[in-house]
Ligand binder design. Structure first.
Ligand code: ARG
Length: 454
């Protein structure tokens, strides 16, 4: 039976009922809906809008409905239309006339907004703890790999030697910004819309501050029309999800490259890889590829909601029912991706020797060789040219720079002496970095200490 049937003389068709209903997906918010209703009933009783007995009966029965849903005893149907009316219908079935009083001084418009905000508050906390786990894993891996030398790249060309710890800590920084971003979004999620009515407020002497306190909101939204029409908080959440997926996706791209025979820097554990149905030798980094792919899906969720909202006049419009599926999808995807990713990197094997070998060949100490000549009083531009010619020569000879003989060095500049070999050893190239935040062993140690002390 429809709760709004009074004004209608004709039944909706079953296809339009189905099209209109959000219960198949918004039932996920049953707990938030009941919590919101319990706070609302408590407020109505406190304000004398309901009697104490009526308030108490509603609250008690809502608690029982919550338990029954959790125990799987309740099946929702399309007739209920959405989670708000479904719960209200069950309540009324159980306690009759009193149940019908719950919706006094409230609209589904402020109800859906409060449910969605409560749901996002919970999800933000879950994502935050998943980010913590990932960051802890990165920190532990970085501790282990402070001496693991590898090529650092620009343009995906070998550029300068770095340590794996340094590379991992770059990602640590990205994920710590994600944490900040979600926490900042939470500030705007955690504001109370309830009590705004359909759009214009209510004629009852309600107490919105009481509702905010009961439900743990930091403040009350100051304008009722904004409160029921706003979905900025959900768009921001999707933005945070999208950036976080972009970070995971970049990391996955590297793991996919690194696990190829061409790189051979890591081996992803069997439990996070799959085989080919035709090529027996294959071991594919499917989890990493899926996370990379799912970043596209989460961006799509963000675009969907931005587009849903862009042409909406004030205040609530049914278009806004389209807010939930993309947000549910993005949140599930981010949580699953963070979880799988953390497991994948904590079980992968790092092939230190292959990394070290790649760091040795690739002329990544060329900048250090130029810096060596600067130390002998030659202007940097000239040094750049001298070393450029030397690299060209070494490529022709199939040698690394530190494999050239003293005689060969001297043929490019008289300034070279025996200490050049030390100056351009890969270890020393890393050690010699002096700027704050560099890849030097000492600087990475400091970066790790700073994280640990936070
Ligand atoms: N199911 C609706 C939604 O998700 C709830 C709000 C409906 N409000 C209304 N006036 N029809 O947006």
């Amino acid at each position: 039976m429809k709760l709004w049937k009074g004004r209608f003389s004709k039944e909706a068709t079953s296809s339009s009922d189905e099209f209109n209903a959000s219960i198949p997906f918004d039932q996920r918010m049953y707990e938030e809906d009941i919590k919101g209703s319990i706070a609302h009933a408590g407020m109505l009783a406190k304000q004398g809008i309901l009697t104490e007995e009526e308030g108490a009966l509603i609250i008690k029965t809502l608690g029982e409905i919550l338990e029954d849903i959790k125990a799987g005893k309740i099946e929702f149907s399309i007739e209920g239309e959405d989670i708000h009316m479904s719960i209200e219908t069950i309540l009324t079935e159980r306690i009759g006339q009193t149940g019908k009083k719950l919706h006094t001084a409230r609209s589904r418009n402020d109800q859906v907004a409060v449910d969605f905000r409560l749901w996002l508050r919970k999800e933000t906390a879950e994502i935050d703890s998943k980010l913590d786990e990932l960051m802890k894993t990165l920190q532990e891996l970085a501790e282990t790999h402070q001496e693991t030398v590898m090529p650092g790249y620009t343009h995906l060309q070998r550029a300068q030697p770095v340590t794996l710890a340094y590379h991992l800590l770059a990602y640590y920084q990205m994920f710590s910004r994600d944490k900040e971003r979600f926490a900042d979004g939470l500030k705007r999620i955690n504001r109370l819309p309830l009590g705004s009515g359909a759009l214009a407020g209510t004629t009852y002497n309600t107490d919105r501050q009481y509702l905010a306190d009961q439900l743990g909101f930091d403040s009350i939204l100051p304008n009722g029309m904004d409160a029921v029409a706003d979905r900025d908080f959900a768009i921001e959440f999707l933005n945070c999800c999208s950036i976080c997926m972009m970070h995971l996706s970049r990391f996955c791209e590297e793991l996919i490259l690194w696990s190829s025979v061409e790189f051979g820097f890591v081996e992803i554990d069997d439990s996070y890889s799959t085989g080919s149905s035709i090529m027996p030798q294959k071991k594919n980094p499917d989890m990493a590829e899926l996370i990379r792919g799912k970043s596209g899906r989460v961006y799509g969720d963000l675009m969907a909601l931005l587009t849903v909202c862009k042409g909406l006049p004030m205040a609530y419009n049914k278009d806004l029912q389209e807010d939930k599926e993309p947000v549910f999808d993005a949140s599930d995807t981010v949580k699953n991706s963070l979880g799988i990713f953390t497991e994948m990197i904590s079980t992968m094997t790092v092939k230190k020797d292959t990394m070290a070998k790649a760091a040795k060949y690739g002329y990544m100490n060329a900048t250090d060789a130029a810096d060596y000549l600067v130390g002998k009083g030659i202007p940097f531009r000239d040094c750049h040219e001298i070393i450029g010619k030397m690299v060209l020569y070494a490529i022709g000879e199939g040698k690394a720079l530190d494999e050239l003989t003293m005689e060969e060095f001297k043929s490019f500049s008289d300034a070279f002496a025996e200490d050049i070999y030390d100056a351009i050893s890969i270890e020393n190239c890393i050690k010699a970095k002096q700027s704050e935040g560099s890849t030097s062993f000492e600087s990475v140690r400091k970066q790790l200490d700073k994280i640990t002390s936070q």
